[in-house]
Design a protein around this ligand. Structure first.
Ligand SMILES: C[S@@+](CC[C@H](N)C(=O)[O-])C[C@H]1O[C@@H](n2cnc3c(N)ncnc32)[C@H](O)[C@@H]1O
Length: 216
């Protein structure tokens, strides 16, 4: 994605919380996969408003780290529920994440910052997350192990990882997903959030929300 995004390249996607609070998440017409909001992000964002999260209130004062945030949509929504959030992605996504933080700052009641975090960088963060959020990040083979290593490195024993993805059947996608689970199950307990616990409208049989907790 070009570092200098121009206004005419941006178009908003409205996200309306169940209580009516409205966010405008800007997407870019030119760029890589991180420049649009993916459906798996919307499904997970809406799950953050579910009864499992006390309609979002559970996020108040929690620390939330988002990996591969793209537009930052998911993390920004967590920050509107009072969470202390760090949204991360490759350097090329930083300008769009910063635009979206700025455009929605009036709705943010918690704290939020955008940072560069490349899964290949082995970087440590001084951020101890209660939650790690990931949506639609299992999509190319070279990234599967670095992504799992990053989740491992940045998780605390108490961290809950929520990972949503759209199940794809084309090409090597089933193999990628299988490999991801093979690696993640070495160090995490893995459970799936039932569709009954998800949003009444924003759920789909081919979009999964998985929960990982560290094995002790
Ligand atoms: C399909 S997009 C999903 C974006 C966003 N999570 C969503 O669901 O709308 C995948 C994201 O992973 C990011 N990504 C890919 N490789 C990465 C890496 N090595 N380190 C950090 N982020 C990476 C991309 O830049 C992109 O934003």
């Amino acid at each position: 994605m070009a570092a200098n995004l121009r206004d005419e390249q941006l178009f908003p996607r409205e996200f309306v919380r169940n209580d009516g609070l409205t966010l405008n998440i800007y997407q870019a017409s030119i760029g890589d996969v991180g420049c649009v909001v993916w459906d798996a992000a919307l499904v997970l964002a809406k799950y953050l408003e579910s009864a499992d999260f006390l309609n979002g209130r559970l996020l108040q004062d929690k620390t939330v780290l988002e990996l591969g945030a793209g537009t930052g949509c998911l993390g920004i929504i967590a920050a509107t529920f009072g969470a202390k959030v760090c949204i991360t992605d490759l350097e090329s996504c930083l300008p769009l994440m910063q635009i979206n933080i700025r455009e929605n700052e009036e709705q943010i009641t918690g704290q939020i910052e955008a940072q560069i975090l490349d899964w290949n960088s082995h970087e440590k963060l001084t951020f101890r997350p209660d939650y790690i959020l990931i949506s639609d990040c299992i999509y190319y083979s070279e990234s599967v192990k670095p992504l799992v290593d990053t989740i491992n490195r940045l998780s605390e024993p108490h961290t809950i990882v929520l990972c949503s993805y759209e199940e794809r059947t084309s090409g090597n996608k089933p193999e990628l997903q299988r490999h991801f689970y093979e690696l993640i199950e070495k160090t995490f307990h893995v459970t799936e959030i039932p569709q009954n616990n998800q949003d009444d409208f924003y759920h789909s049989s081919d979009i999964h929300i998985m929960k990982f907790t560290k094995k002790t």
